[in-house]
Design a protein around this ligand. Structure first.
Ligand SMILES: [Zn+2]
Length: 64
C-alpha cells in the first residue's frame, strides 16, 4: 500500500511509525528507489533513498 494512501493525514516532518518519515518539505519529493514514482516518504534505515510504499520497501529489502 502506498504510504500516501495509508497515512493520508501524515504531517510533514512527523514520524508516523518507528522507521517511517515523511520529508520536511513538499519540494523534497524524489523518485522511489524501487518503482521511480515521485514520493515524499523515506525509511530511516535506508535514509538516502526515498521509498513510496510497503511493497517497494519489501522489494528493496529483499534485493539488498
Ligand atoms: Zn515505489
Amino acid at each position: 500500500m502506498k504510504y500516501n494512501d495509508k497515512y493520508p493525514d501524515a504531517k510533514l516532518g512527523i514520524k508516523v511509525s518507528l522507521n517511517l518519515v515523511v520529508t520536511l518539505h513538499e519540494e523534497q519529493a524524489r523518485p522511489c528507489v524501487v518503482c521511480k514514482e515521485e514520493t515524499r516518504w523515506f525509511h530511516r534505515d535506508i535514509i538516502i533513498f526515498h521509498i513510496c510504499s510497503e511493497e517497494c520497501l519489501e522489494q528493496y529489502l529483499r534485493a539488498n
